[in-house]
Design a protein around this ligand. Structure first.
Ligand SMILES: [Zn+2]
Length: 486
């Protein structure tokens, strides 16, 4: 049936070539890549996808109605692009959360409003709010917090993160553990100063796994928190008050959206290209990660439009729960454990829509060696032929990497990314259309080339070999701390 469809398509190509004795380009050749890139750059719909996703559904918190509706919309887009096999694959969320309106002020030594919002997945403040003197905590260890419990009891604790900076990734597991120690020591709430000027806040949660935190946690504007720190350094008592009522719910299920173009020769082997569909709620999740979703949708549309499927299957995945700890992609890797041996490569795009620079090969020199000729021959013209060794565990290629799958994360120019990342300014107006199209072209061409290539780019690594790479990148302690690596 597939052969029949393919030959019909070849025939129509011959007929549409204007009578020249022109052969259709062999699949996987530079001509196929050129057709694919041309389709994305000339007929591309990436900007339209991200505009619909961000402007019509808004922020897409995991477990929210906006997320669920956007997943249904995305499934429709894959079908409209001609990809027939589209599934919603469920994954569990430990709890759901929505943000309530916050109010905050300093009471002493002066009366002034404060820029403060709840952290994600934090509980509401008690009725009437939290009121207390501020205590600055510089050491997050359980022992230190226990020793200081007389000073901490009944206070609002401000976490000083500057002391943690030297710990890199490992700092995150310490931060995640601290709220329980603070609760045990009798703190009423904890606040963290923002690292962005102009009292701009930056949404995040202080846990891993959509768990409701043990005590109210809030983020305070940078200038507000520096004022408090200066006053405390002079020995002045600072009293603050804040209140918010968040919505929290128990265990729930969300769906990943997974579409597949079956391979024409080795349909059981697959390349996966993914991006997370969930987002934070201050902005509309345009570049974190509407643009990644748009690149995946556009790659699916353009590859389907070629008419001839590649040698291997390509799966197009839009993940949920990424912002709470890569939950959707982790569940997918667990649910598909038995077919991971046939996963040839896992591609991911989640670094915004700056101009593409190439791919991060996640510390694997064998992947770099195999990618170099592909990058040089197919991606240089788009400006996306760079290869970066950076190994990170901050987005959805992570669990594929841990399973030993050759993983590639789209590497883009991130010069302006921090200006919008997790902020109210993450909206469609910041997207540069031609950079987004170029990113979508790199994604489509690479996914197709890897699915078409006669051999695999690299083997699936054994657990110990993955462990060695993690050690080299100082990631092991962090991953053990959040419970995803043994
Ligand atoms: Zn992201």
């Amino acid at each position: 049936m597939k052969l029949f469809r393919a030959s019909l398509l070849s025939l129509s190509l011959l007929l549409s070539s204007g009578g020249f004795a022109q052969q259709p380009a062999a699949a996987g050749s530079d001509q196929t890549s050129a057709r694919l890139a041309g389709e994305v750059l000339v007929n591309g719909r990436a900007l339209e996808y991200v505009q619909n996703l961000s402007d019509k559904f808004g922020g897409r918190l995991s477990g929210s109605a906006a997320y669920r509706r956007s997943a249904e919309w995305a499934a429709e887009q894959f079908r409209a692009a001609g990809v027939k096999d589209v599934r919603l694959e469920p994954f569990p969320l430990e709890s759901t959360w929505s943000r309530g309106l916050a109010r905050a002020r300093m009471i002493a030594p002066q009366e002034r409003p404060l820029h403060l919002e709840s952290l994600g997945w934090a509980p509401s403040t008690p009725a009437g709010g939290v009121r207390g003197d501020v205590y600055i905590l510089t050491d997050l260890s359980r022992d230190f917090i226990k020793r200081e419990s007389d000073k901490i009891k009944g206070r609002v604790v401000m976490l000083d993160l500057s002391a943690l900076a030297k710990d890199g990734y490992a700092a995150f597991s310490k931060l995640v553990a601290a709220p329980q120690f603070l609760k045990d020591a009798g703190a009423t709430a904890a606040v963290i100063g923002s690292s962005d000027a102009n009292n701009v806040l930056n949404a995040f949660n202080l846990n891993w796994g959509a768990r409701i935190s043990p005590l109210p946690l809030a983020q305070l504007g940078m200038e507000d928190s520096k004022l408090i720190q200066r006053l405390l350094a002079q020995g002045t008592t600072v009293t603050v008050e804040f209140a918010y009522e968040n919505g929290t719910g128990g265990a729930a299920e969300d769906n990943n959206v997974v579409a597949e173009i079956r391979g024409r020769e080795r349909p059981d082997e697959w390349v996966i290209i993914g991006a997370h569909l969930d987002s934070w709620d201050y902005g509309t999740g345009a570049q974190d990660n509407g643009t990644g979703c748009a690149m995946v949708l556009e790659a699916a549309r353009a590859i389907a439009a070629l008419g001839t499927p590649p040698r291997r299957s390509i799966r197009f995945a839009l993940w949920g729960g990424e912002e709470q700890g890569l939950l959707g992609s982790a569940a997918y890797v667990r649910a598909h454990a038995r077919e991971l041996k046939d996963c040839v490569a896992a591609l991911n795009t989640d670094n915004g829509a700056g101009h593409p620079r190439g791919w991060k090969f996640e510390g694997r020199e064998d992947v770099q060696a195999a990618m170099t000729p592909i990058s040089k021959s197919l991606l240089a013209g788009i400006g996306g032929d760079g290869l970066s060794p950076e190994l990170s565990f901050d987005t959805d290629h992570g669990h594929f990497f841990l399973a030993g799958i050759p993983s590639l994360d789209l590497w883009v120019d991130m010069e302006h990314y921090d200006e919008i990342h997790h902020k109210p300014s993450d909206t469609v107006d910041k997207i540069v259309a031609h950079n987004l199209s170029a990113g979508a072209a790199v994604v489509a061409v690479t996914a197709h080339a890897l699915a078409e290539r006669p051999g695999r780019i690299a083997p699936q690594l054994k657990h110990d070999a993955v462990g060695d790479l993690l050690k080299k990148a100082n990631l092991e302690e962090f991953l053990k701390g959040v419970g995803v690596w043994k």
